[in-house]
Structure formats: C-alpha cells, structure tokens
Design a protein around this ligand. Structure first.
Ligand code: TYD
Length: 132
C-alpha cells in the first residue's frame, strides 16, 4: 500500500499562487477521472469505502477536512487544508472524510473511470479482504 503525503509544485509570485500536478513531474499515475466535493457539511462525514484497485490523489483546493486512512491494521488522520499538499491514496485503503470547514472543496484525481464494482463499502468485508 502506498499512502503518501505529496508536496506539490507551487509557483508563488506577487499575483498569488499556482499549483501544478503534471504527468512525469511527480504525478504517480495517469489521471482518467477528476471530481470534486463541495457544499459539504461539517457534521456530515463521507467516504466510508475502499477501492480494490483505484489510486487517487486527494487535496483540498479550498478550506479543509480530516482524511482518515485505514489499511486494516492501523488508522491515521491527516488534516487536509493546504492546496499545495495532497495525499496519494492507494488501493485497499479505507477512507473517511470529516470535519469539513465551510467552503471546503475536496478535489480527487483518480487512476480510472467510475466503476462501482471496484468499491468495497462494507467495513467488515474490507477487513476480511485486506487481511487475507
Ligand atoms: P460516494 O461514493 O457516496 O461519495 P463519497 O466517497 O464522497 O462518500 O458517491 C456519491 C454518489 O456519486 C454515488 O451515487 C456514486 C456517484 N459517483 C459517480 O457517479 N461518479 C463518480 O466518479 C463518483 C466519485 C461518485
């Protein structure tokens, strides 16, 4: 499993900051899909699934949220609140997102198109598969 915090390339000048994720420049997979989550509620956590094969990069382009990652053996919570810091989430990682600030926009870059059959949405089933 590779869940890794990534410092993104940031170009800051007097006009502001620009962050870039580029193939061959640290982006760890070919991006086939991109989506974002917004209008979140601080008390409405999301996620609660793992993927069998999908890899994702998650970052908050605005605001912040907690990202809890669980590989079946240990859990870690990362505060995502910097647009220049992303997390690379590998397959077979249970994820939960919570404590969204108002105005949070959580961006996800994914290694494949949407496929419900790649999801594990039952935690007991995840534990069974990840530990087998
Ligand atoms: P869901 O997996 O519940 O989102 P989260 O991981 O934030 O809890 O997805 C919400 C709905 O959106 C669900 O019906 C599946 C659908 N969906 C797509 O159609 N395409 C996508 O790329 C994604 C990520 C979700």
């Amino acid at each position: 499993m590779h869940n890794e915090i990534m410092a993104l390339k940031k170009i800051t000048d007097p006009r502001g900051s620009l962050v870039v994720l580029e193939q061959g420049q640290g982006l760890p997979f070919a991006v086939k899909r991109c989506y974002f989550i917004y209008d979140t509620k601080g008390d409405a956590p999301r996620g609660f699934h793992a993927h069998k094969t999908l890899e994702q990069i998650l970052l908050c382009v605005a605001g912040g949220c907690d990202l809890t990652l669980d590989d079946g053996k240990s859990k870690t919570t990362i505060r995502l609140d910097d647009p220049a810091t992303a997390v690379h989430v590998g397959p077979m990682t249970w994820r939960e997102m919570s404590n969204f600030t108002p105005g949070c926009v959580l961006l996800a870059l994914a290694s494949d198109v949407y496929d419900e059959s790649d999801y594990i949405r039952d935690y007991g089933e995840f534990k069974k598969q990840v530990l087998s």
